[in-house]
Structure formats: structure tokens, C-alpha cells
Design a binder for this molecule. Structure first.
Ligand SMILES: Nc1ncnc2c1ncn2[C@@H]1O[C@H](COP(=O)(O)OP(=O)(O)OP(=O)(O)O)[C@@H](O)[C@H]1O
Ligand SMILES: O=P(O)(O)OC[C@H]1O[C@H](OP(=O)(O)OP(=O)(O)O)[C@H](O)[C@@H]1O
Ligand SMILES: O=C(O)c1cccnc1
Length: 489
């Protein structure tokens, strides 16, 4: 399996600039901790599906500056000192990372990755990590929404031609698959990740023959076992379906069954019902109806409400470009720095309380009800602290603190796992199939109230009491300092 490595210069210039400034200052080896998280749920959804870890791991394991990259930097007007450039030759990721498993259902403000390492490396990797994780998490979440409405139907990812370039197509289809899609049209994704590939044929195939019937026959001859015919090139009900039925009969004489027909335009509810009736009446009850044409969770839901007879959905543009929300807005924030061998919490203040960062090294735990096996809430707490599963616990909203909830009879699941220790990977990367299965177990943990598409109930993600207290104390100390600094005279 060969996926091109991500060059070190796949970053924002300011990462390099800060790296250099730290080096000049002699502080480049000081340790810092960062959290990677997002603040707002996309698509009005009640949760997101974490994806992008494998790509992030691949990046970090292979991170180094090539000779060409160092040469390029040496030519830049910044005039980086030669010793700095020499040091870059030895640069590797040597930090520690804790991360969520791909496929985990995650919520705003939960650290998806917690990173600890030297100032030089840990700041530097921000851009690439946000790039991979933001995009893949967004696609996986969109795919999960589509999965919710499609229920048991077969979902084919068709987006490569509409994706924002090739990496987006490749990693986007992987994200869609882990969140519940069944196949992809992207053959490279099949080769690299083992995702099942599937497809039909295009309109040009039909246009290229003197008749639609001849086009169908020729295709069926090549793929008698796996024949899905696109029936809307000329007239779906007057030409496409009758010709498909005729070819279906010919296939049957040879001992094969027509697998399906695809509708790609027109009123998909009306056409699918009419096509189903015609196929059934001709004795082709097993032949599936596939639909495509700018579909997303809303059109699929509407078509289902109209009683459309569609068994499988081909989905491109609106999934792969996350048409209704193009970015997750994930962020990467400094939460602690090491001083004299101790971690000191750091905070970023904002006039918007939702944007004030939560300081310190943290972990995320999920409280699972022992009776129902459903998730009751998540808690962000200080690393090293634990929860007594035998005692009831009061959760409270970190901003609207009057919103409280008592939980008892729960078990605790830690969501962040060690991924890197001293730059060495300590986590076995699961296959995409394993991630997909894990994701479907995750779905089972949540009540429908949180997973419905429209106006889902907010899931509790709270801070532990002691973390909340520490955050308030840090805020107060900063306000006191600012007041002192501003005292006249
Ligand atoms: N019964 C239906 N209810 C709701 N939406 C539908 C229904 N049938 C089709 N759609 C959606 O309506 C849109 C129709 O797209 P568009 O106007 O481009 O026409 P089209 O039928 O695809 O024709 P063409 O591909 O020839 O341009 C698509 O997003 C499709 O998924
Ligand atoms: O609609 P999307 O969700 O983006 O799904 C992908 C679209 O790509 C193809 O159309 P295109 O016109 O590119 O080629 P075709 O001639 O094979 O239909 C296919 O027929 C779908 O309509
Ligand atoms: O196989 C198909 O039908 C297909 C694949 C990609 C895009 N549109 C259709």
C-alpha cells in the first residue's frame, strides 16, 4: 500500500516563524500541551463522528524536512540561520499524543487529540492535523446523517469527480465508509483501504450506441452477473425500463439475473414507483432500483416520505463537498506549558464564554448507564483524576451551570487513548472495517433523541467540578493581573 507522504512544508508559514523565534530564544525544547477540538456541531446535527486519525498518524510518523524543502527555506527572505536549517534536518516528531479512536461519536469542546511535546514540534503540526481531522470528521458526520435516513438501504459513495481534489476524494470516501456507507466508486480507495467498490455505467455508454437496447445488451454481455443499467438517458418509463426488462429476460435465459436499474433524473419518487411496478409485473422482483442525482439526507428523507421504491443510493457532490457546511472549524489551543518540571495550565479568554479555553491536561470519559447501556453524558476532567462508579454524580453545564443532571449506576469509559509516546506510535491502527464496526457500536450507545436529524437533544458534555473550579480560579487571577497592570501610576 503506497500513499504519498505529506511534506513537512504542508503547514502555515507562522508555524515555521514561531519555531524559528523559539529557536532564537532558546525555548524550542520547552514542553507544551495542546488540545485539538471543535466548538460547534455541524449541519445542526447532535454529534460528530471522529475521523482522520490514521492520516494524522501517518503524517507524524513520517514528519521530516527533505533536502529540497530545506533548500527552499534557505532561499527565503527570512534568512533563517544555517544552524537552524541544519537542526531541521534532524527534526522528527518526538512528543506524546492521546487521541480518540476513529469512529467515536464526539461532541464540542472534547479534546479529540491531546498533544504534549517540545514547543518546536507541537506548534508546528497544528495546521496539518486540523486539515486532516477537520475535513474527515465533517465528511464522516455527513455520511452518518445520510446513513440515519437511508436506514437499511445500500449507500454508494460517488463523489470523486466532484471532490475538492484527489486527497479529498480518497480520504473523504474512507470517512464516508467508516460512518456507514457500503461502497465507493473510487477504485484507489478500494485498493488502499479495502473498501468495497461498486458502480453502474454512464449516460455516454448509452449515447454511444445506435440504440439503448444495444447499449444495454453489450453491457450485460460484459457483466452478466453484476449488471445495473442506467435507464434515464432517453425516456425512463417508455424506453429505459422496457429495454432493461428485455435485457433482463435475455440474461435470465443465460442463467443470470438483472441486478438493478439506476435512475439519475426526473421525479425519483414517481419514476421509482412506476419502475418497480413494471419490473415486478415482468417478473423482476429481485431487480434493485438505484437512485442518484444530487442526493443528500433531505432528499432521501423526502423520497422515503413519498413512498419511493429505492433500494440503493449513489451519493456524490453533497456528501464529498459537505455542501451545506464546508468546514468544521476545529481548533488547536495551548492548554499548558511546563515550567520547572511542572505543568502550568494556560487559558485563552474570549468575550464569548463558549470560546474560553479549558486549561490543563485533560481526559474525556463517557458515562454509560449500566441498565440501558446508553450514554448518559461525557465528562472532561483533569488527567490523573478518576470517578467513583459506585457514587452518584452531578453533572452541570460548564457555561449554564444551573443546568444539572444526576447520574448513578454508570460505568466509565475513557475516550482518549495513548497514540504516541516519545514520538513512537504505541497504538495499533485498526482496519477501516474494524473502525466501521466500532462506529456502529458507538451509534448503539446513543438514544435517538441525540441522533435524530432535526433539532436533536443536546447531549451532556460537562466539566468535572474540580476542573471547572480551576478554570474559574485561573480566569480570576488573570482578571486581577490585568486590573493591577492598568492601575494608574
Ligand atoms: N420526488 C422528489 N422529491 C424531492 N426531490 C426530488 C424528487 N425527485 C428528484 N428530486 C431531487 O430534485 C433535484 C432535481 O434536480 P434537477 O433539477 O437538476 O433535475 P434532474 O431531474 O436531475 O435533471 P437533469 O439531470 O436532466 O438535469 C435532485 O436533487 C433530485 O435528487
Ligand atoms: O449527483 P451526485 O450526487 O453528485 O452523484 C454523482 C453524479 O455523477 C454522475 O453524473 P454525471 O453527469 O457526472 O455523469 P453521467 O453522465 O455518468 O451521469 C452520476 O450520474 C451522478 O448523477
Ligand atoms: O457507478 C456509477 O454509477 C457512478 C459513479 C460515479 C459517479 N456517478 C455514477
Amino acid at each position: 500500500m503506497h500513499i504519498p507522504k505529506i511534506p513537512a512544508l504542508h503547514t502555515d508559514k507562522y508555524q515555521l516563524t514561531m519555531m524559528y523565534a523559539h529557536w532564537k530564544n532558546g525555548s524550542h525544547r520547552d514542553r507544551k500541551a495542546f488540545d485539538l477540538y471543535f466548538r460547534t456541531l455541524p449541519f445542526g446535527n447532535g454529534y460528530t463522528v471522529f475521523a482522520g486519525l490514521e492520516r494524522a498518524v501517518d503524517y507524524l510518523e513520517n514528519l521530516h524536512f527533505s533536502d529540497e524543502e530545506i533548500h527552499y527555506l534557505s532561499q527565503q527572505p527570512e534568512n533563517y540561520e544555517p544552524e537552524f536549517l541544519e537542526m531541521l534536518r534532524e527534526f522528527r516528531f518526538t512528543g506524546d499524543i492521546y487521541g480518540m479512536r476513529e469512529g467515536t461519536i464526539v461532541f464540542p469542546n472534547e479534546p479529540l487529540l491531546r498533544l504534549e511535546g517540545s514547543a518546536m514540534e507541537i506548534q508546528f503540526v497544528e495546521t496539518a492535523l486540523l486539515n486532516f481531522i477537520g475535513y474527515q470528521t465533517l465528511i464522516a458526520t455527513k455520511a452518518a446523517r445520510i446513513r440515519t435516513v437511508a436506514r437499511e438501504n445500500f449507500l454508494m459513495e460517488f463523489g470523486t469527480r466532484r471532490a475538492q481534489e484527489s486527497d479529498a476524494a480518497l480520504w473523504g470516501t474512507r470517512a464516508a465508509y467508516l460512518a456507514g456507507f457500503h461502497s465507493t466508486s473510487n477504485v484507489r480507495a478500494g485498493q488502499l483501504f479495502g473498501i468495497p467498490t461498486s458502480g453502474t455505467h454512464s449516460h455516454s455508454w448509452v449515447q454511444d450506441f445506435d440504440s439503448e437496447l444495444e447499449a444495454f445488451r453489450t453491457f450485460a454481455h460484459a457483466f452478466p452477473n453484476d449488471c445495473i443499467l442506467l435507464v434515464d438517458t432517453y425516456d425512463t418509463l417508455k424506453s429505459g425500463i422496457p429495454h432493461a426488462i428485455q435485457v433482463g429476460k435475455e440474461l435470465r435465459e443465460q442463467g443470470y439475473e438483472l441486478k438493478g436499474v439506476r435512475l439519475d433524473s426526473g421525479d425519483l419518487a414517481f419514476l421509482s414507483k412506476a419502475a418497480r411496478q413494471m419490473l415486478d409485473e415482468a417478473g423482476f422482483k429481485q431487480t434493485k432500483i438505484v437512485a442518484s442525482s444530487d442526493l443528500d439526507e433531505y432528499t432521501i428523507q423526502s423520497l422515503k416520505n413519498q413512498g419511493a421504491e429505492i433500494d440503493a443510493w449513489g451519493i456524490g457532490t453533497k456528501l464529498i463537498t459537505t455542501y451545506d457546511q464546508p468546514a468544521l472549524g476545529a481548533v488547536y489551543k495551548l492548554v499548558a506549558r511546563e515550567k520547572d518540571g511542572e505543568w502550568q495550565p494556560r487559558i485563552k479568554i474570549s468575550s464569548n464564554p463558549e470560546k474560553v479555553t479549558t486549561p490543563g491536561l485533560k481526559k474525556v470519559v463517557r458515562l454509560i448507564d449500566r441498565q440501558t447501556e446508553k450514554a448518559r453524558g461525557d465528562l472532561i476532567m483533569e488527567e490523573g483524576h478518576s470517578i467513583d462508579e459506585e457514587q452518584p454524580l452531578t453533572l452541570f453545564h460548564p457555561v449554564h451551570t444551573y443546568r444539572k443532571k444526576e447520574v448513578d449506576q454508570f460505568r466509565v469509559v475513557e475516550l482518549l487513548r495513548p497514540i504516541f509516546k516519545d514520538g513512537k506510535r504505541v497504538y495499533d491502527l485498526p482496519s477501516v472495517e474494524e473502525i466501521r464496526n466500532y462506529h456502529s457500536e458507538q451509534r448503539e450507545l446513543f438514544w435517538e433523541e441525540h441522533t435524530r436529524l432535526l433539532n436533536p437533544e443536546e447531549y451532556h458534555v460537562d466539566l468535572s467540578g474540580s476542573l471547572w473550579d480551576k478554570k474559574q480560579a485561573l480566569l480570576q487571577s488573570i482578571y486581577r493581573r490585568i486590573k493591577l497592570e492598568n492601575r494608574p501610576g
